[in-house]
Design a protein around this ligand. Sequence first.
Ligand code: GCU
Length: 629
Amino acid sequence: MLRPIALVPRLAPSLFALLAVFVLPHGLGAQTPAAPQPLQTLLVGVDHRQVVSLDGDWHYLVDQSPYRALYTPTGAINDRSYAMNTHPNIVGPHNEEYDFATAPTLKVPGDWNTQTPELFNYEGVVWYQRNFDFQPKPGTRTFLHIGAANYRSHVWVNQERICDHEGGYTPFDCEATTVLHPGSNFVVIAVDATRMVDGIPSVGIDWLNYGGLTRDVSLITVPTAFIDDYDVHLAHGPAWKPGNKELTGYIHILDAPAGTPVTLEIPEAGIKTSLRTDADGRAPFTVTADKLTLWSPDSPKLYKVTLSTGAGDQRDTISDDIGFRDIRVDGTHILLNGKPIYLQGANAHAEAPIRGGRVDNDQDVATLFGYLKDLNANFVRLAHYPHDERMERAADRDGIMVWSEIPLWQHISFEKPEVYAKAVTMLKEMIRRDRNKASVILWSVSNETPNNPTRTEFLTNLANEARTLDPTRPITSALNTSHIEGTTATLPDLFANALDVIGLNQYVGWYTGTPESADSIQWTLPQKPLIASEFGAEAKQGNHGATNQRWTEEQQVFVLQHQFTMLSKIPQLRGDTPWILMDFRSPTRNIPKLQDGYNRKGLISEDGKKKQAFFFVQKAYKDHSVGKP
Ligand code: GCU
């Protein structure tokens, strides 16, 4: 969550000066306005911009008593401790008892847990520091871009705090323009992975709480007025028909006066249009695009979309790769480009195959997408948080549709308005980063939350917020509030009324009932498209036995067989994602020799070995034998 440091919004200097005259106490009108405060924002399309990478080795210091270094005794942020990046005077009187220059290093991006044994289970504060050379250019602005930092982070450049952020899985940008100087500079970032009751997620999670600067860090330099946000999509009105090929959306230029020119070009579609911004810096557009090839799993067509504004050294241009498609719900069907589809795939945590740790590079992503394509999947639920942007880029290229969700997992403080504000911020950050990715077809606002009025109101509001932010995609959520009595199963959950697509998590045959009992269960469900968003069983790869012997590969297949028998009887079933593609680390999974700190519902082991379940699901998907579009 971006927390403005400056309480005073960025005002036009003249207005700010006026305010300074009339609002400062004791007639201090003569005071000159404070220097412009660093801006905190989120630039769209960063991975398609020229950046100065700050990835690599950063010094780090573990801060196990953060109420001396990061926090003051009252819990405020201490701007005068490690952030100063001074050096101890070890021969004379001193009070500095830290030194980054002689400290060890961690790789960025990268969770700290898998980089050094001392930090494997560490969930506290780690301070990162690195030096970097920089030559500010007049008439430009520079932002420090952080792809993700789990969970709370505080950022200083040259001893000045430029931003704070809460949320472990979405990017943020902190303006450093006024604090950078020519030559050598340094950045210090404190990352606090401590779980918080009022956090999102809260304290009880079923995955390893990997901490650190888990995604890329870079410097982005842009002209004083630049393109910070854009939305280019196929026009999506209720009257849309497959033949309608109009593109619409907006381009936003930060701090640009009304009437600023901006150009949208899609050469391969024969589109070039000149626009002008309105008073809010936004240039809305609608253009016909008769020659468009729509994006789909069978034809994942992407177009080079170039946006530009300004001239000379004030020119800002960005070329993104964007696919155009229509996704909507019609009765109990999900329509892609007007045709009913069935989504067959798997869940995936952002866990790197083989090496472990958070996914943060192209190789990790290529391995995971290799598994999905080998599974005959056309869909993936990126659980339980927005993944590294490389995942959605790969999905765009490979034609794999995506369910993307914020980490609102099970129990959070639904009664607190400040927690709702955090959820909205995370939703905005997720949608802003990925709204131009055709592969993302569903936004999910939560996973498995308790069925009570406070939660239902919270999530209904959040689902409506998501629909307002992006009217072009259906809104979903994974519910585990079904009620199974003998052979009847229902979903008595009012929150389902707020969803376009229902996600149903249930583990008949593993957590409840027997595998065979699933065959006779009859579901009564809302007349909406339904995705079986979680089901499955655990098996230790290589552990074999009878189909009624739990933890064997054979029993895992047996559960999936009966699950598919049950699920395929649900008429509105429009997708299924077994939990989960790959075994993943979870400290709550402590059965020695079977789990050893891993959740073993994977179709593949953490070291890349396919279980029998993988091949069972692979064949079911090849035969399209589970559900119908
Ligand atoms: C839940 C939850 C998952 C969890 C899974 C399990 O449905 O959504 O995050 O890992 O069950 O118990 O294995």
